[in-house]
Ligand binder design. Structure first.
Ligand code: ADP
Ligand code: ADP
Length: 230
């Protein structure tokens, strides 16, 4: 299990001599298994926070602890191993590999890895969990947007991460398809026990999470647990 703690986390970008403080003064604790939505206007730091939590990038101030341990200063190999063990990512653009079949896309995180389970069996299992067993041999171009996102979700959880990090995964989908993707992620949160960070612009979806973090101008302006508006 991995609990995550942000202590005075800040991230600034430097470009053309102009410094952007993308996130500032983030102090948050997350417990494995939580379902957390992150909302806020464009440019408020949601994606930045998500990439820091997922070790795709590192804070310029403060620190992030995973079960009490900071991983920022370790080697690239250690960071990639850490990510393989603990983190799955999905994005607004599905980022599937176009020349690989659905099953091969799902298998791809396991290609160069040693694991204790049967890779093909596991890939088929997660493909079934997202309801696309019958599309195993299809190419991404033969699938709808909602189906492609399901494949991306299967790929993100095939290695059994503790946390699924979702950056506007419904942003490219019509609202009905978006709702079913949200429900699928909720179901996986319960079945697989992995925690979820769900970045969204959709307040209706955000309020369905157990905990909603609202960001503005790089800071957390509210952190609400257990409130459901709908
Ligand atoms: P959100 O996800 O809420 O839209 P972002 O985290 O993408 O917000 O961006 C927060 C701020 O940081 C914005 O002002 C954005 O322009 C800036 N920013 C994000 N990524 C970079 C980057 N790689 N280089 C420079 N500025 C960036
Ligand atoms: P999202 O839709 O998730 O908010 P964006 O479209 O804002 O993502 O950003 C996409 C990518 O561009 C991200 O990797 C982000 O870090 C980077 N980015 C965002 N704003 C800037 C910026 N002002 N300068 C450079 N890179 C940026």
């Amino acid at each position: 299990s991995t609990n995550i703690e942000c202590i005075d986390v800040g991230k600034s970008y430097l470009g053309d001599g102009i410094k952007t403080n993308a996130v500032k003064n983030i102090n948050l604790k997350f417990t494995k298994g939580e379902f957390i939505s992150i909302v806020g206007p464009s440019g408020s730091g949601k994606s930045t926070l998500l990439s820091l939590l997922g070790t795709l990038d590192f804070p310029t101030s403060g620190k992030i602890l995973y079960d009490g341990e900071e991983i920022v200063k370790k080697s690239k190999k250690t960071i990639s191993d850490f990510r393989f063990e603990h983190i799955g990512f999905i994005f607004q653009q599905f980022h599937l590999l176009p020349t690989l079949t659905a099953l091969e896309n799902v298998l791809s995180p396991l290609f160069a890895r040693k694991v204790s389970y049967n890779k093909i069996e596991r890939a088929k299992e997660v493909l079934a969990q997202v309801g696309l067993s019958d599309k195993a041999n299809s190419l991404p171009s033969q699938l709808s947007g909602g189906q492609q996102q399901r494949i991306a979700i299967a790929r993100a959880i095939v290695h059994k991460p503790d946390w699924l990090l979702a950056d506007e995964p419904t942003g490219n989908l019509d609202s009905e398809t978006g709702d079913t993707i949200f429900e699928l992620i909720q179901q996986l949160n319960q079945q697989e026990g992995c925690g979820v960070f769900f970045v969204t612009h959709d307040p209706k979806l955000a309020t369905k999470a157990n905990r909603t973090i609202t960001m503005k101008d790089g800071i957390v302006i509210s952190d609400k647990t257990g409130e459901r508006i709908c």
